[in-house]
Structure formats: structure tokens, C-alpha cells
Design a protein around this ligand. Structure first.
Ligand SMILES: Nc1ncnc2c1ncn2[C@@H]1O[C@H](COP(=O)(O)OP(=O)(O)OP(=O)(O)O)[C@@H](O)[C@H]1O
Length: 602
């Protein structure tokens, strides 16, 4: 069922029967795996709710006994039956209340356990998924999974199931009690149930469609919100607030319309439900009344029948609501189970090769790469980077530089051929060894919330403070860090702790220096730095590159100059390969590029 495996087909409105079945099974499997560890508690909770509902339903039958048996006896000065009835009523009521309290508490505990398990699974799993997944599945969608979808499931677990179990049991026991007490009144109730079933079906079909559309509309709102906020710099730079306002306004309108229509359905269904309840009670009372007059029915039984009929309709409204929270939760579970079904496209090896210390020789052998099968981005090529060499990758935008870098860091696997580190296929290396041996420093030099020291220590979590300071000193970051309000303890994402683009890079250099990988891949920031910052970064870079293999996606002339070797890429091919001096002296593309660069500096 490749059309709906993982997150494929998630955005679709309609599915074929086979696809729906596949998705439903996947959701059920997930639900099963979540509930399995809790099965003992589940059984106990079920037992408690059954007994407590039975205790609650016993009320009217006890009243009937009290009236029909107790009152005549009381007239004969025998107060025992009435006393017994009163006591039994009180006892069942008290027991029912205590058991319900117990049930609610246990149900809440189960629902909390399930939700925390699910939330953790989604977080850990999405974190583990390869870059390929995250490049196409936007953060807006992931946030939707973690927020509104988990909320929908929480709502169902906390309120919906509670209502369903208690409601269904209540109706079932009430119906049984009614039939047992007086089957004829049961028959009257049954007759009113037929139009009610038709009405409920009508409501379900309509509300299902509308609620599905409402969920799609709300997910779109979240995605639009997240995209605008993540791109807030571009939004403000291009003054696209107006446009976003319009798009957001349209989405809000859609959302409001569809919700208004869904709520309109309740405006029909709920009053109709109430009305049917009144009709049923009137029917039971009228027919029962005649039978009492005929002496075919006792008054107490009639009263109990009326009470049962009335109570039968009580949970109905909540059950109709349940259907919608069930729908939301089911669709949320479908999506979450899809995300959890996704597998990392770069799987961990089953039998990893031991490569504790790496020298840093990188080799591409007969490698070909395509993101999608229909378009080869890197046509077949070989490349050998000896240990310790600094290679600068240059080329026009879209030439494939980042793609090559991503293959070395194994964010992707080649479509064909092998990428090796010290003669070992990257696919056979343990992820821990791989991450220790090969580190990629990305353009944006991402800093996480926390202190500067924490951010540097990401490179080596067990590092001592002295090691952190030594790393910062080595790349020339120590001085500016000392100058921050709280030095190494400054929180980088708090007001006052903000650091400049160049400083950000220095921190990420210190992080990489501390990690001390055999191979460093660096996507140089394109944003231009002022001259002092540029010099600082350049010096930091030199220290960082010493004694290791380095592949730099170079955007600066000064960086290319310190490289041992330059690779010029064009349309996915390496078109020139040589030392900077040789290439500058030649007549190739790099010579032209270099001349243009130099001119731009004048
Ligand atoms: N995740 C992706 N899915 C599909 N195609 C991609 C993906 N990433 C890049 N490409 C395509 O692969 C080609 C090479 O892109 P790549 O990012 O490697 O270029 P680059 O040389 O690093 O460019 P730049 O200097 O602009 O970053 C481009 O044509 C791009 O459209």
C-alpha cells in the first residue's frame, strides 16, 4: 500500500477502501501498542465502571419496590420494606459515587500514560528521521502533530472515552432494567428509537464531512502561522505582512464557515434528540397510565419505567458529541501513526564496523546521487580526498556543493556507488563513530537556548569547563565571550545575550573544535561580515582546519586561498580540480571566477 505508507497521502481528502483499511489497521496497531502495557489497569477500570453504572441504574427499580411493596406494608405498620428500599437506594447511590470517582481517577491515569508515551514516541522518532524527511515535511506539520493532533487524542481519552463507556453502559443497563421491569414499556421505547437512529445517522454523515474539513482548515492555519513566524525576517524585509494578512484572513474565514456549519448541525440534532426523549416519556406514561388504570401495571413500576425512559436519553447528546471527538482523534492518530511509520532513509547498520579512531581519508567511488528518481543531481563520479587535506568547493548556485557535503556527512546515502571514510563504507559505520569522525558546521551556525558554554559543549558533552574555554581560545572566541554580560554563562537567546553573525560562527567553530573530528565539513556563511569580524572568523577557521580533513563550501576568496585544493562544480560535475595557485594561473572557470571575485573587492 505504497500510496499511503508513512506520511504519503496525508493531505488527501478521500481514500480508496483498501487504503482506508490499511490506515485504520496502522492506527489500531499503534493504539494496541500504547494500551498493551496498561492492560491490567484497563481491565480493573472496566470492572469498576461496570459495577458503578449498575449501582447507579438500580435506583428507579429500588424506588418501584419501595412504592409497590413498601407503601402497602407501611400501611400495615410494617416499615421494614420501605426502610430497606431507602437504605438500598442510599447504599447504591453512595457506592456508585465512590466507584465513579475511582474510575475517573484511574481513567485519567491511563490516559496520561498513553499520551506521554505517544508524545515521547513522536518526539524521539521525528528527531531520528533523516534530513530527507525534514526537508519535505515542514516544521508546521510536525508542530501540528505534536500540538493539535495530540490534543485531539487527549480530548478523546480524557472526556470522550469516559463519556462513551459510561454512556453506553448506562443506556444498556437502563434498557435491560426497563425490559426486565416491564417489557411493554421497553417496546414503547424501542419504537421511538427507530426515528432516533435515522436522525443520528443523518447527523453522523453530515458532521463527519464537516469536521474533517474543519480539521484540515485548522491544520492549514497552524502551518501558515508557523511558516510566517519562522520566516519573519523575510516577511518584514519584503513587507509581505499585507499579503500574509490576506492569506491568513481567508483561512480564518474558511475555518469559521465550516465550524459554523458544523455547529448548525448540533442546533438541529440536539433539540430533535430532546424532543424524541419527551415523546418517548409521554408514550410510556400514557400507555402505562392506561395499564395502571386497568390494573395490569403497578404504579411504582410505571414510575420506574418513566424514570428509565427519561434517563435513557441523558447520555445521548454526549454520545453524539463523542462521535466527533472520536473522528478528530482517529484522524490525528492516523497522521501520527503515519509519521511513526516513516523510517530513517539512512538506516543504522545491523553489524557496524569498528572505526574508533579515523585518519580522515574520504573517498567517493563511482557515486551517483538523485534526490528523486527522475532527476540525477550528481552524475557518476570518483573523488579521493587524502587525510588532512583542506578542500574548497566552489561553483554556481545549485551546482551540487551542499549535496556533496551532505553525502560525506551521511545525511543522505548515494543512489549508487560508495562513500568511504578510511576505506570503510559510511553505511557500515556505527552512527556514534560516524558523528564523532565527521562533523558538519552549517551556514546558519544554530545556537540552542542555553548558555554559551552549553552551546560549545554540544561538541563534546563530557567536556570540562577548561576544555570549553581552551576551545574558545583556540578559535579566537574567548575574548568576545568574556565581554558578554555573564561571560560563558550568558544565555544566547535572551535579550542582552544576543550575539552577532560572526560571533555565532566563532561559537560554532569552538563547538566543532571541541568535537575534534577527523573530517570537518563546513558550509561557509554567505552573509558578508565586516572586515574585523571576517578576519577573526578567518583566523578561527585556520586553527579549526589544522590537522584534519576539511571540505569547505567556500563563499569567500580568503577561504579558498587557505585551501590545499579547489574543486569547481557545475551541474553536479566536478569540472576543475587543482591547487588554488594552479587554477588561478590557468584559463578555466576558476580563474574567471577568481578574477570576478577580486574585482568585487576593489
Ligand atoms: N532536498 C532536495 N530535494 C530535491 N532536490 C534538491 C534538494 N536539495 C537540493 N536539490 C537540488 O539539487 C541540486 C543541487 O543543489 P545543492 O543544494 O547541492 O546546490 P549548491 O551547489 O549547494 O547550491 P548553493 O550554493 O545555492 O547552496 C539543485 O538543483 C537543487 O534543486
Amino acid at each position: 500500500m505504497s500510496t499511503v505508507t508513512g506520511v504519503r497521502g496525508e493531505e488527501r481528502d478521500e481514500y480508496t477502501k483498501a487504503e482506508s483499511r490499511w490506515i485504520r489497521r496502522r492506527s489500531l496497531r499503534l493504539l494496541g501498542s500504547l494500551l498493551h502495557p496498561l492492560r491490567a489497569q484497563l481491565w480493573l477500570t472496566m470492572a469498576v465502571v461496570v459495577v458503578s453504572t449498575a449501582a447507579q441504574v438500580a435506583g428507579p427499580a429500588i424506588i418501584a419496590y419501595g412504592i409497590d411493596q413498601g407503601l402497602p406494608a407501611l400501611m400495615q405498620q410494617d416499615w421494614l420494606p420501605v426502610g430497606l428500599a431507602g437504605l438500598a437506594y442510599l447504599l447504591t447511590g453512595t457506592a456508585g459515587a465512590f466507584l465513579i470517582a475511582w474510575y475517573i481517577r484511574m481513567a485519567a491515569r491511563i490516559s496520561q500514560a498513553v499520551l506521554i508515551d505517544l508524545r515521547t514516541r513522536v518526539f524521539l522518532h521525528t528527531q531520528k528521521l533523516s534530513l530527507e524527511f525534514h526537508e519535505s515535511y515542514t516544521s508546521g506539520r510536525i508542530i501540528s502533530r505534536q500540538t493539535s493532533d495530540l490534543d485531539a487524542i487527549r480530548e478523546l481519552m480524557d472526556e470522550g472515552i469516559n463519556q462513551l463507556v459510561r454512556g453506553v453502559l448506562y443506556m444498556l443497563f437502563t434498557a435491560i432494567a426497563l425490559v426486565w421491569l416491564d417489557w411493554f414499556s421497553g417496546l414503547v421505547l424501542l419504537v421511538t428509537l427507530l426515528p432516533l437512529a435515522a436522525l443520528t445517522r443523518w447527523f453522523q454523515v453530515r458532521s463527519q464531512k464537516l469536521f474533517r474539513r474543519s480539521r484540515v482548515a485548522s491544520a492549514k492555519l497552524i502551518v501558515q502561522f508557523v511558516e510566517t513566524m519562522t520566516g519573519i525576517r523575510a516577511v518584514q524585509a519584503f513587507r509581505s505582512e499585507r499579503r500574509n494578512e490576506r492569506v491568513f484572513g481567508d483561512l480564518v474565514d474558511d475555518y469559521r464557515d465550516v465550524n459554523a456549519r458544523a455547529l448548525g448541525l448540533f442546533a438541529v440534532y440536539n433539540p430533535a434528540l430532546n424532543f424524541m426523549g419527551y415523546v418517548a416519556v409521554a408514550g410510556v406514561l400514557l400507555i402505562g397510565g392506561f395499564r395502571v388504570a386497568d390494573g395490569a401495571l403497578e404504579v411504582g413500576v410505571l414510575l420506574a419505567a418513566v424514570l428509565y425512559t427519561k434517563r435513557f436519553f441523558d447520555p445521548m447528546e454526549e454520545l453524539a458529541m463523542f462521535y466527533n471527538s472520536y473522528q478528530s482523534a482517529a484522524s490525528a492518530l492516523e497522521k501520527i501513526s503515519g509519521v511513526l511509520e516513516e523510517q530513517p532513509s539512512v538506516p543504522d547498520p545491523t553489524e557496524p564496523v569498528d572505526l574508533w579512531t579515523a585518519d580522515g581519508r574520504v573517498r567517493f567511488e563511482s557515486v551517483e546521487f538523485a534526490y528523486t528518481p527522475d532527476r540525477v543531481v550528481l552524475p557518476r563520479f570518483d573523488l579521493d580526498v587524502p587525510a588532512g587535506q583542506t578542500v574548497a568547493l566552489v561553483g554556481s548556485t545549485g551546482a551540487g556543493k551542499s549535496t556533496l557535503a551532505k553525502l560525506i556527512s551521511r545525511f543522505y546515502d548515494p543512489s549508487d556507488g560508495v562513500v568511504e571514510l578510511d576505506g570503510v563504507d559510511l553505511r557500515r559505520m556505527h552512527p556514534k563513530d560516524l558523528r564523532r569522525a565527521i562533523v558538519m558546521v552549517t551556514q546558519e551556525a544554530y545556537l540552542f537556548s542555553g548558555s554559551v558554554a552549553d552551546n560549545i559543549a554540544l561538541g563534546k558533552p563530557e567536556a570540562t569547563f577548561d576544555e570549553i574555554v581552551a576551545a574558545a581560545k583556540a578559535v579566537g572566541a574567548h575574548e568576545f565571550i568574556e565581554g558578554l554580560p555573564n561571560g560563558y554563562d550568558t544565555d544566547v537567546n535572551k535579550r542582552g545575550g544576543r550575539v552577532s553573525a560572526g560571533q555565532r560562527q566563532l561559537i560554532s567553530f569552538a563547538r566543532a573544535f571541541l568535537a575534534d573530528p577527523a573530517v570537518l565539513i563546513l558550509d561557509e556563511a554567505t552573509s558578508s561580515l565586516d572586515i574585523p569580524s571576517e578576519r577573526l572568523v578567518q583566523e578561527g577557521l585556520q586553527t579549526l582546519l589544522a590537522d584534519r580533513t576539511a571540505v569547505i563550501i567556500a563563499h569567500r576568496l580568503s577561504t579558498v586561498a587557505i585551501a590545499d585544493r579547489v574543486l569547481v562544480m557545475e551541474h553536479g560535475r566536478i569540472v576543475e580540480d587543482g591547487s588554488p595557485a594552479d587554477l588561478i594561473g590557468g584559463t578555466g572557470r576558476f580563474a574567471a571566477l577568481h578574477a570576478a571575485w577580486r574585482d568585487s573587492l576593489v
